[in-house]
Write a protein that binds this ligand. Structure first.
Ligand SMILES: Cc1cc2nc3c(=O)[nH]c(=O)nc-3n(C[C@H](O)[C@H](O)[C@H](O)COP(=O)(O)O)c2cc1C
Ligand SMILES: [Mn+2]
Length: 493
């Protein structure tokens, strides 16, 4: 049975020894971040986590407890998706993809709804749910009731960092759910930081084309069962419903309830729901915000969300996360994405053997790809493929290596990459869309990319010198030394 809500997951984390309760009063203004950072640094020797999940029972200035770092390890990601290994999800997706053979990647992913139908993973409308235990409207709405973090000293204010932002495509009526941070401006107003290439921003633009001075309904759910909470950050194609995907992931439909004051639906099991609208003719300065690049993203103009109604549980838990210098909790979210979608990439590009996105590459700055090279220029073909693949379009640097390089061993990767390149010949530049958060690009959202072809060079690629063999000891000698070993009285082998 899937987790029914966030608190069931919190309970599970606690029984698994993955969560620590903090009963002392800690301020959501900066202090919670610092506690989470210290816990993370203490865990640095254990590369599989950034420390335990933390349940702050008494955030200063709020009666609502706060959970952070709930997804900050591979183990907790596995618990979130109720699998023994993330590859199980990949295998499930692969199993479905193999059922038919449509051509494009998007076609393949778009088949998922069809397949989900078989398993009836489609979201299910229900009359009511725990998110309706308390309904507050108008002047009863006060975002400062919640322990919303100010994460870093130079942040422009307090930010909701783990929201599920619900919108509807004004043309097709299809739902989108995205995780876009929200800066709190006052009791009932926040920013809406959907970056220009994201689906929420596209809904905003389409609505504005129709009626530049109108509004678009927006609802925000905070704190749901884990698979649903994570669905907001998954890079899935436009018009593929994240709630359907969440149902697929949790193997049980997400139950949805109608909002009180707008036409949207939200997960019934949410801890907190904010209902309202975004004005199509209003922009406001958002930021700065200490971002997952490890730097402050600069101020920018973004739309504004007006909260007209809050529905919530009587005793909600506030779910949040901190981003900052890597690795943070979001590294494990990115890692889950990498592992879950690898089979989809492989299906479209069977030459791909493995993909790695090191934490220090902040998702979009570095992707390492191992391929089974079959023809001249193959490495460059893969670079171009990745730059055209959904949110992988943001990838700043791509390194392509041969299939026999262990790309998760960064020592081996660095060594073999550097040995395999003639930089002038093997580096390729390209231009295209870039992550809004990239502060080094020539323009916001637009800049250059670099691909490094670190595969062995072939004669058919104009490389006429012989390529040397890697040094490896022969098996016979190894076997002889194995036999000799004890008599040498040297400990390590
Ligand atoms: C912790 C966290 C915070 C994020 N904040 C933002 C944000 O403020 N703006 C944004 O556009 N994307 C943000 N993202 C990335 C989006 O959630 C991600 O690109 C998602 O796929 C967007 O959904 P969409 O494709 O439906 O637009 C964040 C991701 C995480 C994990
Ligand atoms: Mn989407």
């Amino acid at each position: 049975m899937a987790y029914q809500d966030l608190r069931e997951f919190v309970k599970k984390l606690e029984t698994e020894g993955e969560l620590k309760r903090i009963n002392a009063e800690v301020d959501p203004i900066l202090e919670i971040t610092e506690v989470a950072q210290r816990i993370a640094r203490a865990a640095e020797r254990k590369p599989d986590s950034v420390g335990p999940a933390l349940l702050f029972e008494k955030p200063k200035g709020s009666r609502i407890p706060l959970v952070i770092n709930a997804f900050g390890s591979v183990r907790r990601m596995e618990l979130a998706f109720e699998v023994d290994a993330l590859t199980e999800i990949a295998e499930r997706i692969q199993g479905f993809l193999k059922m038919d053979s449509p051509q494009g990647l998007f076609d393949k992913i778009k088949m998922l709804p069809k397949l989900a139908e078989l398993g009836s993973f489609f979201p299910k409308s229900v009359k009511s749910g725990p998110c309706k235990e308390v309904v507050q409207k108008g002047s009863d709405v006060n975002l400062f009731d919640f322990p919303i973090l100010k994460c870093w000293p130079q942040d422009g204010g307090r930010f909701i960092t783990f929201p599920l932002v619900f919108t509807k495509n004004p043309e097709t009526g299809k739902r989108n759910v995205g995780m876009y941070r929200m800066q709190v401006y006052d009791e009932r107003t926040t920013g809406m930081h959907w970056q220009t290439q994201k689906h929420g921003a596209e809904h905003f633009r389409r609505a504005r084309e129709k009626n530049p001075s109108g509004t678009i309904p927006v609802s925000v759910a905070i704190g749901t069962d884990p698979a649903t909470a994570l669905a907001g950050m998954l890079p899935i194609p436009p018009d593929l419903d994240e709630m359907m995907f969440a149902g697929f992931l949790r193997r049980e439909p997400v139950e949805m309830v109608s909002c009180e004051t707008n036409e949207l639906e939200v997960p019934a099991n949410a801890e907190v729901v904010l209902e309202g609208y975004v004005s199509l003719d209003e922009m406001r300065t958002e930021g700065p915000f200490g971002d997952h690049t490890g730097f402050y993203s600069l101020e920018g103009e973004f739309p504004v969300f007006h909260v007209e109604c809050v529905t919530r549980r009587r005793d909600p838990i506030y779910l949040t996360t901190v981003v900052g210098p890597p690795p943070q909790e979001d590294y494990y979210m990115g890692y889950a994405v990498e592992r879950i979608f690898l089979p989809v990439m492989k299906m479209q590009y069977p030459e791909i053997v493995d993909v790695a996105m090191p934490a220090e590459g902040i998702f979009h700055n570095l992707m390492i790809v191992a391929i089974r090279k079959s023809y001249p220029g193959h490495a460059r073909k893969i670079m171009n493929a990745i730059w055209s693949l959904g949110q992988a379009m943001f990838t700043k640097v791509i390194v392509v290596v041969d299939h026999d390089v262990d790309i998760h061993n960064y020592r081996e990767l660095t060594w073999k990459t550097l040995c395999a390149i003639d930089p002038e010949r093997d580096v390729q530049f390209s231009l295209g869309p870039m992550d809004t958060l990239d502060h080094a690009t020539r323009l916001q959202d637009y800049g250059s990319k670099m691909g490094i072809d670190a595969t062995r060079k072939w004669t058919s690629e104009g490389f006429t010198r012989p390529w040397p063999e890697e040094i490896l000891m022969d098996q016979a000698t190894k076997a002889r030394v194995d036999l000799l070993w004890k008599s040498l009285h040297i400990d390590p082998r």
